[in-house]
Design a protein around this ligand. Structure first.
Ligand code: AHG
Ligand code: MN
Ligand code: MN
Length: 321
């Protein structure tokens, strides 16, 4: 582990890996890492906010307390809007995409960001880990015009960068620009992210399976059979079951320790629960870059042609041998 390389230095040193203009990637990542620090701070005092804000739900400045999903959403949007690089944002928390006019209202910015600003938000109530997931594309419509839905409905294989943030015992940003996966841990005393997990690859000997087994009876036959396979007493099985209830956190653990994550279709929800554009595509991009595969049960996630902003798909991500 090399503690001496910061996220900022890493981006500058590896700029050539990003196939576009110098400086664009660092501006994008800068917006994201700054917002992640603000969200870290807010997440860390989540319990306290309730105590301080108990009178009428307002804080000491008289502002109304916001749910952390809304807080995280606004924090990421403000950070991205202010850096003159992003022309449109889609978020789990917004019904429609946001158009960013840019300086002089000339629509000259080139990048689209899709995000799940707070992933696993029900974990907040019980002091458990949450995350953020983000996906970055170049716009497909001409610079100088407002973004359209076409810019947002690009298949995941056109992502130029993707990543996630885990707000756990420490905050870590895991990032890929299509040339491997690297993790940067925040030193909260200094406010600096250091390269802590260079070149993340799924371990070969994974023994974890992660699925919400409460839905077992509603899962397709193949998934049921696979879960039984994981539980069988044979060779190196039974595998061990781990499930946090935050895709970013569950996938992060499985990528470091080795294992499979599943959010399958069910009789109740034929398309599963996870959203293609800002949960599955960015995670699939990272998973593939770490040597794994991500499918909807039949097709590669990154090859799906999106039809709607908030579309759901079944999701399975793991190492493939
Ligand atoms: P979000 O908090 O952004 O709505 O996402 C929660 C998602 C996902 O991250 C997690 O893996 C899954 O929901 C958990 O769902 P179940 O409670 O159905 O297992
Ligand atoms: Mn989510
Ligand atoms: Mn969310």
């Amino acid at each position: 582990m090399d503690r001496s390389i910061t996220l900022g230095e890493f981006i500058i040193e590896n700029q050539a890996d990003f196939p576009y203009a110098n400086g664009e990637l660092s501006r994008l990542i800068n917006a994201i890492q700054l917002a992640a620090k603000v969200v870290t701070h807010e997440v860390n005092k989540a319990g306290l906010v309730d105590i301080i804000g108990s009178v009428g739900g307002t804080n000491i400045q008289g502002e109304e307390q916001q749910k952390l999903d809304v807080f995280a959403n606004e924090t990421f949007i403000n950070s991205l809007v202010n850096r003159e690089i992003v022309c449109g944002i889609a978020s789990e928390e917004n019904d429609n995409f946001i158009t960013i006019q840019g300086q002089n209202n000339d629509h000259r910015n080139k990048y689209i960001v899709l995000m799940d600003p707070l992933d696993g938000s029900s974990n907040i109530d019980v002091n458990a880990s949450v995350g953020t997931i983000f996906s970055i594309y170049r716009r497909v419509t001409p610079v100088g015009t407002p973004v359209t839905m076409e810019d947002f409905l690009q298949p995941g294989n056109l992502q130029v960068a993707a990543g996630y943030i885990v707000y756990g015992t420490s905050t870590i940003i895991v990032l890929s620009t299509g040339n491997g996966v690297n993790g940067f841990t925040l030193n909260p005393a200094l406010g600096v992210y250091y390269l802590s997990h260079p070149n993340i690859k799924f371990p070969e000997d994974g023994r974890i399976y992660s699925v919400n087994e409460g839905g077992y009876l509603q899962f397709p036959q193949g998934i049921k059979k696979y879960i039984k396979y994981c539980q069988e007493e044979k060779e190196n099985r039974p595998y061990t079951s781990r499930y946090i209830g935050s895709l970013a956190n569950d996938m992060h653990r499985n990528m470091l320790k080795g294992g499979i994550y599943m959010y399958p279709s069910s009789t109740k929800n034929p398309n599963g629960k996870l959203r293609l554009l800002y949960e599955c595509n960015p995670m699939a991009f990272i998973i593939e870059q770490a040597g794994g595969a991500a499918i909807d049960g039949y097709n590669r996630i990154l090859d799906l042609k999106p039809t709607e902003l908030h579309q759901r798909v079944p999701f399975i991500g793991a190492l493939v041998n």
